[in-house]
Design a protein. Sequence first.
Length: 181
Amino acid sequence: MIAPFLSDGHVLLRPVQRDDLPLLADWRNQPEIRLRTREWRPLTMPQQERWFGRITSEETKDWMFVVVVPAGLVMTMVGVVGLCHWSPVDRTAEVSFYLGNADYERRGIMKDSLRLLHEWGWLSLGLERIWAEAYAFNERSIGILKKLGYREEGRLRSHVYRDGRRWDSVMLGLLREEWWW
């Protein structure tokens, strides 16, 4: 299955392209973004290339999109959303997202992007459950997920070491029948 372009007129989601990799690596290597992700060390371009090969293979289980918004007369790439670890048997996937361009914070872009992504996941992938893991200090991501209807399902206590201390991983989930958009 080839990932489509998705749009609601406010945001556009398009599949990640090879030309995007340098900017994505720059974003992922920002300390404040890396702090909130599983990848704790700086990413190299060979690692980005391997990741791109995985998400574009015919056997992919990861559907990754860049978030593009109009900025005057041009379209600007501002973040990334995706459904990862897709299980066609269990009909589940993990949601992944980050805003790479801080100039676009607090404009509802991630919420709109995630709404589009979820609709595509429910309708095209036939998902019944989408789940997320966020570190307890990442209140903004947890807040966005809860606004979308996610429920906290549990915690992995003292699961990660970030910023000089141990933190819980908050596990959240959303069932298809709970989706209200």
